[in-house]
Write a protein that binds this ligand. Structure first.
Ligand code: ADP
Ligand code: MG
Length: 479
C-alpha cells in the first residue's frame, strides 16, 4: 500500500482517463471525471476523492463500474474537502446540523474549482451557506402563485386524499413517502397543491430549500447546461434541496436523456432522504414514453389521484371563491354553474369570474338569466362533452351486455348493475337532470336514477375492484 501515486499508477490512471474521455465525451468528462483525484492505490483497490457528495453519487451511479473495469481494480469514491474531512456515510444533513456545524456537512463546497464558483461561494458560516443554497434554489425555482395556498384549497371527496398527503409532506421534516406522486386530469388542482406545499414549508421553516419547477423547465435547463457544458452548475442547484417538486412530469415522456438526468437527480435526492413531489396527468404506470425503471421509481412512494369534481365540490368551490371575490351569487346560480360547468375547476373559476365581471359591468346583481346568457358558449361546450348514449354504449361493452339492455326492463343483476353504473356516470358527466336521465334509460323514474347513484356510491366505497371499473370508465368517457 502506498500513499503517494507512483509512476506506474499514474500512467495507468492517465490511460483510464483517456479511455473514459473517449467514451463519455468532452462535456461529461469535464463535468464529472476531471475533478477526481486519486488518493491511494493498493492491491485491493483504488481510492478516488471528489469535491462534493453530489459528484460522488453521480460518479458512483454512472462511471464507477466502468472505472473499475478499466483499472481492473475495485474503485472507491469518497468526498474530500480542503480540510481533509472525508465523508463515507450517507446521512442526511439536516438544516440544524448544517447551521451549527458546517464543517461536518459533506456538501460544503471547499474543494471547488472555478466551475463551482458561480453558484455557491465558499462560506464561513452555516447561515451564509444556507442562504447561498437557498439563493441557488430560488434561482431555478419557478415563482409561486400567492393564491395557491392550502387556505384557498377547497377539500371534497375527489381531492381529500391528495390534499391530506400534500399537507403531510408540507408539515413533516423528514421525507414521508418518496415520491409523493399527484395525478389527475387538467385543471383539478395539482399545481395548486404543489404551490401550497411550498408556501407552507417556507412559512414553517424559511431555511428549508424548496424547488418547484415544471418538467418542461427542468428539461430546458438541462439541455442548456449540456450545451453550455456546465452540467455541474445545473446539478448544484439540486444537490442541497430539501424538497424538489416537478410539475407535469408527463412532459418528459419520450425524452430519453432528460429522463436519464431526472432519474439520477431523483435517486440521489431520495438516497439522501430528501422529499420529492411529482405531478402528472396520469398514474405512473400509465405514463407514455417513460422508461420502466423510472415508472417503477415513481410508483415507489405514495400515489394520490385527484378525481373529477363532484357536484358538491363544485358548489363548495363556487361558494368559497365568490366569498373571496366579495360578490353575492344566489344559490340558484351556484347550482346552475355547478351543474353545467363540470369539466374542471379552472373552467368553473373562469365561469364565475365572467359572471362576476358581467354583473359589475352592468351594475346589476347576478341572476340565473344573466349567468345563462354570459356563459352560453361555455355551457354548450360542456354539454357536448359526453352524451348519455355514449355512456350507455361504453358501459355496456365494458360489462359485455347489449346496449339495448340499458333501456330494457330486465332486472338480473348482470344487467341491472351496469345500468346503474351508466346512470351514475350520466349524472356525473353530463348536466342532465335526474328525470331526463331516467327517460333515456327506458323511461325510468327519477327515483330509480337517484337510487342507482346512491348504490354505485355505496359500492365504490366498499369494493375497490368495482371502484376501479367505474373510474376507468369515467376516464375513458372523459378522455
Ligand atoms: P392542474 O395543475 O391540476 O391542471 P391547477 O392546480 O392549475 O390544476 O388548478 C386550476 C385552477 O383551479 C387554479 O386556479 C386552482 O386554484 C383552482 N383549483 C383547483 N382545485 C381547487 C380546489 N380544490 N379549491 C380551490 N381552487 C382549486
Ligand atoms: Mg398544473
Amino acid at each position: 500500500m502506498s500513499t503517494t501515486l507512483d509512476a506506474i499508477a499514474n500512467e495507468r490512471w492517465n490511460a483510464v482517463l483517456s479511455s473514459m474521455r473517449a467514451e463519455v465525451g468532452e462535456a461529461a468528462f469535464d463535468s464529472w471525471l476531471k475533478p477526481m483525484t486519486v488518493r491511494d492505490v493498493a492491491d485491493d483497490g483504488v481510492r478516488i476523492s471528489v469535491p462534493t457528495r453530489f459528484m460522488r453519487d453521480w460518479i458512483v451511479a454512472h462511471y464507477a463500474d466502468r472505472l473499475a473495469s478499466l483499472w481492473e481494480r475495485k474503485v472507491d469514491i469518497f468526498v474530500q474537502s480542503d480540510h481533509g474531512t472525508t465523508d463515507g456515510q450517507a446521512g442526511k444533513p439536516t438544516a440544524a446540523n448544517m447551521q451549527t456545524n458546517p464543517n461536518v456537512n459533506p456538501n460544503v463546497n471547499t474543494g471547488a474549482g472555478p466551475e463551482f464558483g458561480n453558484v455557491i461561494q465558499p462560506v464561513q458560516s452555516g447561515q451564509q451557506m444556507i442562504s447561498g443554497l437557498a439563493q441557488a434554489a430560488l434561482d431555478i425555482s419557478a415563482p409561486l402563485d400567492p393564491r395557491y395556498t392550502f387556505d384557498n384549497f377547497v377539500v371534497g371527496k375527489p381531492n381529500e386524499f391528495a390534499h391530506a398527503a400534500a399537507q403531510r409532506v408540507a408539515e413533516s421534516e423528514t421525507a414521508q413517502f418518496n415520491p409523493l406522486f399527484l395525478y389527475g386530469g387538467v385543471g383539478l388542482g395539482k399545481t395548486h397543491l404543489m404551490h401550497a406545499i411550498a408556501w407552507r414549508i417556507r412559512q414553517i421553516d424559511p431555511n428549508r430549500t424548496v424547488i418547484y419547477m415544471s418538467a418542461e423547465k427542468f428539461m430546458y435547463r438541462f439541455i442548456r447546461a449540456l450545451r453550455e457544458q456546465n452540467t455541474v452548475d445545473f446539478k448544484d442547484h439540486f444537490r442541497n434541496v430539501d424538497v424538489l417538486m416537478i410539475d407535469d412530469v408527463q412532459f418528459i415522456g419520450g425524452k430519453e436523456s432528460t429522463q436519464e438526468e431526472f432519474f439520477h437527480t431523483f435517486n440521489a435526492l431520495v438516497d439522501q432522504g430528501r422529499q420529492i413531489v411529482i405531478s402528472a396527468d396520469k398514474s405512473p404506470s400509465d405514463l407514455e414514453g417513460m422508461e420502466d425503471r423510472l415508472k417503477s421509481r415513481l410508483n415507489c412512494g405514495l400515489v394520490a389521484d385527484i378525481h373529477a369534481t363532484t357536484y358538491e365540490l363544485r358548489v363548495g368551490i363556487l361558494q368559497t371563491k365568490a366569498e373571496k371575490l366579495g360578490i353575492e351569487i344566489p344559490s340558484k346560480v351556484q347550482e346552475f354553474l355547478a351543474h353545467k360547468i363540470t369539466a374542471n375547476v379552472r373552467e368553473l373559476e373562469g365561469a364565475l369570474n365572467r359572471v362576476a365581471a358581467h354583473a359589475q359591468l352592468v351594475g346589476r346583481e347576478v341572476s340565473l338569466e344573466s349567468a345563462q346568457d354570459v356563459l352560453h358558449d361555455l355551457i354548450r361546450a360542456n354539454d357536448r362533452r359526453v352524451t348519455i348514449e355514449e355512456i350507455q354504449k361504453k358501459v355496456a361493452s365494458h360489462f359485455n351486455i347489449r346496449t339495448s339492455d340499458m333501456h330494457s326492463a330486465r332486472r338480473a343483476r348482470s344487467v341491472a348493475r351496469p345500468r346503474q353504473v351508466a346512470m351514475y356516470l350520466a349524472k356525473q358527466l353530463t348536466s342532465r337532470s335526474l328525470p331526463e336521465i331516467g327517460r333515456k334509460f327506458g323511461g325510468r323514474d327519477h327515483t330509480t336514477v337517484m337510487h342507482a347513484v346512491k348504490k354505485v356510491e355505496e359500492l365504490t366505497e366498499r369494493d375497490a375492484g368495482f371502484a376501479e371499473d367505474v373510474e376507468l370508465l369515467r376516464r375513458m368517457l372523459e378522455g
